[in-house]
Design a protein around this ligand. Structure first.
Ligand code: F6R
Length: 244
């Protein structure tokens, strides 16, 4: 628990830097799972700063994003492709061939094959070394909404009504929020060697309490993280306020 999200984000960025450097030394790739939304933006800003001011290189980094709305064009204002470019990829030296984000432009009949391939690609790189997560008010991780199974894999899901309400301002009205998304599954996330979940602000306090102190249940998918042996929850004071 940190006094504010800025300090917390610096700690997360430092952990990522240390792992990138350790893998560089070993001449190995660092496979990093990424999240979008308001929560990780300060981490990305700090990584960009480290690249520009400390020459931190991302040439050995391979990324897999958690999710993307479906349908979604990559150049749309709300696209996670556009988000990642704006906050991170346009400002660092990552090889674009090493960037993976679920494709919101697919024809429906191609989605399930795409999802299987996404899983195979992650496995092909030896699995995720680290996965960064935010949390939705429904307790979703990625877009694994309540009801998601522990062994779920990358797939097309239907967004929870609360999630669509929370996204309404980004889309200038709830009726314009896509009803579906492609997301890594709970099982995909849980297979990561290290997980860091972040949450800031009082709006997340109730779901953080349920996630950390509640019983493990598909009604709050983030509770599955209690079963992971290398998962950390990084909070600011406000998000931690309801913890006992
Ligand atoms: C985004 C994602 C979501 C968000 C969550 C919190 O890629 O997977 O689980 O992390 O909805 O969103 P923010 O950070 O905007 O509160």
């Amino acid at each position: 628990i940190f006094s504010d999200s800025q300090k917390a984000s610096l700690a997360v960025a430092n952990r990522i830097k240390d792992l990138i450097l350790a893998k560089q030394k070993a001449n190995e790739k660092f496979v990093l799972g990424l999240a979008t939304g308001s929560t990780p933006t300060k981490v990305y800003e700090e990584l960009v700063r480290m690249h520009k001011e400390e020459n931190l290189s991302f040439q050995n980094v391979v990324t897999f994003n958690l999710d993307e709305y479906f349908p979604m064009q990559p150049d749309s204002l709300q696209s996670y492709v556009r988000f990642m470019n704006e906050y991170l990829f346009d400002h660092i030296d990552i090889d674009r061939n090493n960037v993976h984000i679920p494709d919101g432009t697919l024809a429906m009949e191609d989605v399930s094959k795409f999802c299987q391939d996404y899983e195979e690609k992650i496995k092909g790189f030896g699995g995720l070394d680290m996965q960064i997560l935010g949390i939705g008010r429904t307790g979703h991780i990625g877009f694994n909404e309540p009801g998601s199974m522990a062994n779920s894999r990358t797939r097309l899901i239907t967004l929870d009504q609360i999630t669509r309400t929370d996204a309404a301002s980004d889309f200038f009205g709830e009726e314009f929020v896509p009803r579906r998304a492609i997301t890594m599954g709970v099982g995909t996330i849980m297979a990561a060697k290290e997980i860091i979940m972040m949450a800031w602000g009082e709006g997340k306090a109730r779901i953080i309490k349920e996630t950390v102190e509640g019983s493990i249940s598909d009604s709050v998918p983030a509770t599955y993280l209690q079963n992971h042996d290398n998962a950390k929850v990084i909070l600011d004071d406000a998000a931690a306020a309801d913890l006992t």
